[in-house]
Design a protein around this ligand. Structure first.
Ligand SMILES: *Cc1c(COP(=O)(O)O)cnc(C)c1O
Length: 434
């Protein structure tokens, strides 16, 4: 489900009208639905109930403290990719013993920090990293829990920038190498070989790549478990969401498109994988990000100008690629709807931001209702990989964020004050003003 819907002509998030939220908090504005976050987490958690499992929310998809608190309160762990994310999770009240630490480039300081706070496991991406973690654990007189990330070499058939499970990319260790690596790792001091991890890509809308990867890797996990005594197998994240007809599918839920086409649901995911995973007798970890946050957020933006060139009708809005980079970065689609519903004919429109880059667009040749200066639009399904990829490009403030629960709304990140953008900068001492 998601909680963005029209009540009469007004687009609401749960019980709050978006026009009153922008009146109160300004524009552009990220709006998150707490009920949607809770619903998505709980659906997956319930579907996996037959397994001993832990969902570690991939916080790189949305790391606002209020989002982390929402999920932490439901028992979620966290998949982190930097010392900063671990600290942020702790700041939101997370238990480090439910945090895993992934990423190909962990520094010495980050490894020491993760050991100090007592994370559940390092997801290790190379043999050099295993050696480094072992050395640091020896220095600190600690035992480091590790899992190696296997690259199962299964094509997830998703966008090139979010495919991770084939030998074309930098992630993990080749399937054929894994057993040798574990044998060598078992000889390194102060490591506890706690499990095996994989993650094949993002925005997967079919269960088939998951089935293929799990079928391929389970016998390997079983052999390694007998040898090394594992606690868990992590099957990663990557469950895709519906971007296109998010609003039309409405209460029917994010997993059914307007045409009634069935895509990946948590139940289908669980029903397919549970029979393959249960015989292992291990705890199963999952690292979903987008599935939990994607449809739980929208970016609201104001129409500043309309501009017609010979060929095109441009709608110039006050949000830009620094607020939401996905269209520029991945050619991704976000459904765009007016927050006050309009009737009448549609106009083929390019929705663009004010930044001096031709990549600064949200939609091209999109049929949209006729809008005017001062109207507001909502870019739906912007809860994942949205504000977290925000930047200060063009000296634009990081966007404000609001969390909604029922008819309550709370500012959960204030709009960045402009002078804070250059607060840490200075001129060199020899640069007296002339
Ligand atoms: C990004 C990432 C995830 C989350 O991916 P989603 O597509 O958002 O579910 C999980 N695990 C790892 C290792 C990742 O890099």
């Amino acid at each position: 489900m998601h909680s963005f819907h029209y009540v009469g002509r007004q687009l609401h998030c749960e019980g709050c009208a978006l026009d009153s939220l922008v009146a109160q908090f300004g524009s552009p504005l990220y709006v998150y639905s707490q009920s949607t976050l809770e619903d998505h987490f709980s659906k997956l958690d319930r579907a996996l109930a037959p397994l001993d499992h832990l969902i570690c929310f991939a916080m790189k998809s949305n790391s606002n403290l209020a989002v982390l608190r929402t999920l932490g309160n439901l028992g979620s762990g966290f998949d982190t990719v930097s010392a900063g994310e671990i600290q942020r999770a702790i700041a939101a009240g997370a238990d480090p013993a439910k945090c895993v630490f992934a990423g190909v480039g962990k520094t010495r300081d980050e490894i020491a920090y993760a050991l100090e706070v007592g994370i559940y496991c390092f997801n290790v991406e190379s043999e050099a990293e295993l050696k480094r973690i072992s050395e640091i654990a020896v220095e600190r007189k600690q035992i480091a829990p590790v899992a190696v990330r296997v690259n199962p070499n299964v094509d997830a058939h998703t966008h090139a920038k979010i495919t991770t499970g084939t030998y074309e990319n930098k992630f993990g260790i080749a399937f054929e190498e894994i057993e040798k690596i574990y044998t060598r790792a078992a000889k390194l001091p102060n490591l506890r070989l706690r499990g095996l991890q994989m993650h094949i890509g993002s925005q997967l809308t079919s269960v088939e790549p998951f089935r293929q990867a799990v079928e391929k890797v389970v016998p390997l996990v079983d052999r390694l478990n007998r040898k090394h005594g594992f606690d868990f197998f992590s099957i990663g994240g990557g469950i895709g969401i519906v971007y296109k007809p998010a609003l039309e599918s409405g209460a029917a839920g994010w997993w059914e498109t307007a045409e009634g086409r069935k895509v990946l649901t948590p139940q289908l995911f669980a029903d397919t994988l549970i029979p393959l995973l249960r015989p292992l007798g291990l705890k199963i970890l999952l690292e979903p990000g987008r599935y939990i946050t994607g449809n739980a957020g929208a970016l609201v933006t104001r129409v500043e100008y309309l501009k017609k060139t010979g060929k095109k009708h441009f709608v110039i809005v006050d949000a830009a690629m620094n607020d939401l980079i996905r269209p520029a970065f991945y050619d991704s689609y976000h459904e765009i709807v007016p927050i006050a519903k309009k009737g009448g004919a549609t106009v083929s429109s390019d929705v663009v931001g004010p930044i001096c880059e031709s990549g600064d667009y949200f939609a091209k040749d999109r049929p949209l209702p006729k809008v005017g200066e001062g109207d507001y639009l909502a870019l739906l399904s912007a809860g994942a990989y949205g504000s977290v990829m925000g930047s200060n490009y063009n000296t634009r403030s990081l966007t404000a964020e609001v969390l909604v629960k029922g008819d309550k709304a709370s500012l959960v990140r204030r709009r960045q004050v402009l002078s804070d953008i250059w607060r840490d900068e200075s001129v060199a001492p020899w640069q007296a003003k002339k």
